[in-house]
Design a protein around this ligand. Structure first.
Ligand code: HEM
Length: 166
């Protein structure tokens, strides 16, 4: 083969393989990891949920809600929360809990109670060194459940001029 055409072929191969590798790297960056993956997958979600639940059971400000929970009920509560968090963050788990409004309805959970629980979640995420962006994403999801969980009349008093929707 003529040296010139040999060099041209070599140049073509190296440029096109470079482009290919470049595209592959770009494609990898473009595939955004799910929040579930960024939280450390099941191990991460599981560890955060265990610690979060144990703090709820131990906090005298809100643990009146969990009176009568034995070890098995606590374990089941943790598992349901793990599946829920796993599912809503893009993980492969099935939701095995009842809908939030059904399960919390009638418990009389106030806005202040909700804030205590949210505070524990925040503390645990900080302690597990979950980056702020991931914390914010998780909180946006959890806060979307707030109207289904806080059902006390004092919450509605805040907007007594507006007719209640539920
Ligand atoms: C922050 C958002 C919250 C989430 C994501 C959440 C999630 C859950 C889940 C998945 C369950 C299990 C449901 C089932 O058994 O099918 C549950 C049960 C329960 N939650 Fe929550 N919860 C939240 C806030 C709260 C708050 C603020 C309180 C009270 C301070 C609370 C008290 C309870 C209690 C007492 C149960 C057990 C109810 C029962 O089995 O009858 N939760 N929650």
């Amino acid at each position: 083969m003529h040296l010139k055409s040999y060099l041209a072929i070599l140049a073509f191969i190296s440029v096109s393989s470079g482009l290919f590798l470049g595209n592959a790297a770009m494609a990898e960056e473009a595939v955004e990891k799910t929040l579930y993956e960024r939280l450390g997958g099941y191990a991460g979600v599981s560890a955060v949920t265990d610690e979060f639940a144990d703090r709820l059971f131990a906090d005298p400000k809100i643990n009146q809600f969990f009176i009568g929970f034995g070890d098995d009920t606590r374990a089941s509560f943790k598992q349901k929360n793990k599946n829920l968090v796993c599912n809503v963050t893009g993980g492969p788990c099935k939701v095995i809990s009842r809908p939030a409004n059904v399960v919390h309805g009638g418990l009389g959970i106030t806005a202040a109670d909700f804030d205590v629980v949210a505070g524990h979640l925040k503390d645990v995420l900080v302690e597990f060194e979950v980056p702020e962006a991931e914390q914010d994403e998780l909180f946006a999801i959890i806060l979307s459940l707030r109207p289904a969980i806080v059902d006390r009349p004092d919450e509605k008093k805040l907007s007594k001029d507006k007719p209640a929707k539920r």
